[in-house]
Design a protein around this ligand. Structure first.
Ligand SMILES: CC(C)(COP(=O)(O)OP(=O)(O)OC[C@H]1O[C@@H](n2cnc3c(N)ncnc32)[C@H](O)[C@@H]1OP(=O)(O)O)[C@@H](O)C(=O)NCCC(=O)NCCS
Length: 290
C-alpha cells in the first residue's frame, strides 16, 4: 500500500499529543523508546528548537500510524505497533531522506525490523551508542592516590575551569566537547542538577581540575545515571578514570541508589574498558544508519 506522509515545520497540540501516544505505544510493544528526550521536547508546538515533522495519519484520522522527526541532520522514526509491515517505515524514511539526503537515522534498541529497513534502503551503520548498566552494592569508596584530591563542584569557583576541562577531554566528541559556560549554567538550573554529584579530581597544588565525574539522580529513587566522565588528555592513563568511577558509584550507593546506567559510544575503547572494569554491562544498543 502507498502511504503519503505529511511534512510540517511545527505540530498542532493534537498532533503532538498523537505523536506522544504513538511513542508510548511503541515503547510498550518494543521495550525501548523510539524517540529520545530531545525529540519528545521538539514535539511541543511551543518548542524553540526547529525540526521537520513527518506524519502518517491512522486510518480513521484521529491519531498517527507513523511519525518521524528530522533535526540537526539526524532523524528518528516510529510506526504504530498495529500498523507495521505495511510500508510505513519505508515511507517515513523516504520523506526524511527527501528533506535531507544526508540525514542519519537512529534505530533505538537496534531492533531487527529497523535493521531490515536500513538494509533495504541501502543504509550502513555509522555509529553505535551503548547503554550500560550495573547494580550498585554498598561499596567502599576508593581513596585517591597520594598527590590527588577530590572536591565537590562549586558553581561559583569551578565553572570556567570545568568548561575548559570538558572541552579538552571531549575534543574528539563534538556534541559533549562544545559545551559552553551558558550550557553548563542551563544544566545547573535543571531540577535534576545536584552539585554534590559532580566531583572533580585535582593534582595537589594545582587550581585546575584534571578530571571529573558527573552523575544524575535516575527516573526512580533507586536509579542513578553516570552522566559524563572526563579526564584531561595530559592525565589520561593514570588510573583517574577508574578512581572517579569508583568514587562516583560509591557516592550514589551511599545515597541509597541500587542501579546506575550510562550511555557511551560503541567505539570509545578507553571508556568501555573503564566501565566494564567497574562492573557495567551493555543493556541496550542504539545504532545510527546513514
Ligand atoms: C575514558 C576515560 C575517562 C578513561 O580515563 P583514564 O583515566 O584515562 O583511564 P584509567 O587510566 O583509569 O584506565 C581505565 C581503564 O581504561 C583503559 N584505557 C585507558 N586508556 C585506554 C586507551 N587509550 N585504549 C584502551 N584502553 C584504555 C585502561 O587500560 C583501564 O582498563 P583496565 O582497568 O582494564 O586496565 C578517559 O580516556 C577520557 O576522559 N576520555 C575522553 C572522554 C570520554 O570519552 N569519556 C567517557 C565518555 S562517557
Amino acid at each position: 500500500m502507498t502511504h503519503t506522509p505529511q511534512v510540517a515545520d511545527r505540530l498542532t497540540a493534537d498532533q503532538a499529543a498523537a505523536a506522544r501516544r504513538l511513542a508510548d505505544d511503541a515503547r510498550a510493544a518494543d521495550g525501548t523508546a523510539a524517540l529520545d528526550e530531545q525529540t519528545l521536547l521538539r514535539l511541543d508546538p511551543g518548542s524553540a528548537r526547529s525540526a521537520t515533522h513527518v506524519l502518517l495519519p491512522d486510518d480513521d484520522g484521529s491519531g498517527l500510524a507513523g511519525y518521524a522527526q528530522l533535526a540537526e541532520g539526524s532523524a528518528e522514526l516510529v510506526v504504530a505497533p498495529s500498523a507495521r509491515r505495511d510500508g510505513r517505515g519505508r515511507a517515513l524514511l523516504g520523506a526524511v531522506k527527501e528533506a535531507d539526503p544526508a540525514a542519519a537515522v537512529w534505530a533505538h534498541g537496534d531492533l531487527p525490523a529497523a535493521r531490515a529497513l536500513a538494509a533495504s534502503a541501502s543504509l550502513t551503520r555509522t555509529r553505535e551508542l551503548l547503554r550500560m548498566g550495573t547494580a550498585l552494592a554498598a561499596a567502599t569508596r576508593p581513596e585517591p592516590p597520594a598527590g590527588v584530591r577530590i572536591e565537590t563542584f562549586d558553581p561559583a569557583a569551578h565553572a570556567e575551569a570545568w568548561v575548559r576541562l570538558n572541552a579538552a577531554a571531549f575534543a574528539s566528541h563534538p556534541e559533549q566537547g562544545s559545551m559552553t559556560l551558558a550550557d553548563l549554567r542551563e544544566r545547573e538550573n535543571q531540577t535534576w542538577f545536584d552539585p554534590s554529584l559532580l566531583l572533580l579530581a585535582f593534582d595537589d597544588g594545582a587550581d585546575a581540575p584534571v578530571g571529573f565525574i558527573w552523575m544524575k539522580p535516575g527516573e526512580t529513587a533507586s536509579e542513578a545515571e553516570l552522566y559524563v566522565l572526563g579526564i584531561d588528555p595530559s592525565a589520561q592513563g593514570r588510573g583517574l578514570g577508574r578512581l572517579l568511577t569508583g568514587v562516583g558509584l560509591a557516592e550514589v550507593a551511599e545515597r541509597g541508589r541500587t542501579e546506575i546506567d550510562l550511555y557511551v559510544e560503541g567505539d570509545n575503547a578507553p571508556a568501555l574498558a573503564t566501565y566494564r572494569r567497574a562492573g557495567f554491562d551493555v543493556v541496550e544498543r542504539h545504532a545510527q544508519y546513514s
